[in-house]
Ligand binder design. Structure first.
Ligand code: DGL
Length: 268
């Protein structure tokens, strides 16, 4: 493959705004990287969809996005889409694809009680991929999982400037704690990219003795390493956010996206 032009963007993809939590640390490492942030609002929430639907939908949509924006690399900044559709996307598209998977390995290294909580979408927590990560990296530890659709809605509301439903945050923590052995959880993996948008709310309810971790910093490092030696523009320019059309979910305001370096919003 020949070297990408400096203007070729990095494409971030999620069902909604969760992928911004991966975009943030990536911009810190690659401040002038051109950015396209794509959110599939027409398909949100992915956590409620079947594996078959996502395995077909995600590669098809990413194919359209790659054709339109000609990125140098695509990031599936969504645990649900990654744990289900990553192999299908890699088989269908001819560019580097970075996925997002639950940070079970660092959680297993960090726990002292030996009990880890994994908070994701319903679709993510039922994946064999999560069984596999637990078996490989957390053997001998207890891994408790809970799927929380309410946190996705609450995170979206927060970035739309609406009040956060603290009941949803409480239910999510209780969904882990109320399981047998749940009292001993000392690390919670935020296995949905939306959830770090609610880090303060989750931390307040989980308590100071519980560490919350996600994989965003590691993904940012992976993106920087895969693009090492490539050329970038001399100065940062405003990025683009593209939303698939949904009557139910209008895009957020420009000011909500400005801290992530996004200046243009389009509907596709
Ligand atoms: N942000 C997504 C994830 O990381 C999914 C949210 C959803 O659409 O349910 O899993």
């Amino acid at each position: 493959m020949h070297a990408p032009s400096p203007d070729a963007p990095i494409l971030f993809f999620d069902s909604g705004l969760g992928g911004l939590t991966v975009l943030g640390p990536t911009r810190a490492l690659l401040p002038t990287a051109p950015i396209v942030y794509a959110a599939d609002y027409a398909g949100l929430p992915y956590g409620k969809k079947s594996d078959e639907e996502l395995a077909a939908r995600v590669p098809a949509l990413l194919g359209r996005l790659v054709e339109r924006y000609q990125p140098r690399l695509a990031v599936i900044a969504c645990n649900t889409a990654s744990t289900i559709a990553l192999p299908h996307v890699r088989a269908a598209l001819d560019l580097p694809i970075v996925g997002t998977v639950p940070a079970i390995k660092p959680a297993a290294e960090m726990t002292t009680s030996g009990v880890i909580g994994v908070l994701g979408t319903e679709a993510t927590v039922r994946q064999p991929y999560v069984d596999d990560l637990s078996a490989r990296f957390a053997a001998g530890k207890t891994v408790l999982r809970h799927g929380s659709p309410g946190l996705v809605t609450a995170a979206e509301a927060k970035l739309h400037g609406l009040p956060v439903d603290l009941g949803a945050v409480r239910d999510a923590i209780a969904g882990l704690r109320d399981q047998p052995g749940g009292d001993a959880i000392d690390v919670i993996v935020l296995a949905c990219t939306h959830f770090p948008l609610l880090r303060d709310e989750l931390q307040a309810l989980a308590g100071p003795g519980v560490a919350l971790i996600d994989g965003a910093a590691g993904i940012a490092r992976r993106i920087a390493s895969l693009t090492q030696g490539q050329r970038w523009p001399a100065e940062a320019r405003p990025g683009t956010a593209a939303f698939t059309h949904s009557n139910a979910s209008p895009p957020p305001s420009r000011s909500a996206l400005a801290p992530y370096g996004i200046g243009h919003i389009e509907t596709i």
